[in-house]
Design a protein around this ligand. Sequence first.
Ligand code: HEC
Length: 101
Amino acid sequence: MRKTAQKLIVATLCASVLVSAPAVAAVADTYQKTCATCHDSGALNAPKKGDTAIWERLKSQKGMDALVQSTKKGMPQMPAMGLCGSCSDQDFKDLINYMAN
Ligand code: HEC
């Protein structure tokens, strides 16, 4: 009986990893091809990926919607769409949350 229960738990865990992994991988892939150019190194004073303090401040002061808008319009040192011409608002949100972690 216990073995069956364990197998069930393992199967459930595997299933949830399989469901979420492709989405996370896609965000990471897009990030590497676009935003990483500046946000990995902090080039041109871009807020760095993983600098949680900066990203938390931006998110609470400006709000996620404003951050998505400034990414789409561009900033003084950031090209409009952050080099991701095909990204949707949701993609930008995912990318911003990815950089904030
Ligand atoms: C060419 C370099 C470059 C690329 C590529 C780039 N950024 Fe930026 N980003 C910057 C810089 C520099 C800033 C700081 C603001 C400024 O000085 O223009 C910034 C700021 C931001 C901000 C803060 C905006 C605000 O309102 O304060 C967000 C959000 C952001 N970038 C998201 C992204 C996303 C998402 C991508 C990828 C799709 C991306 N950036 C790609 C350079 C870049």
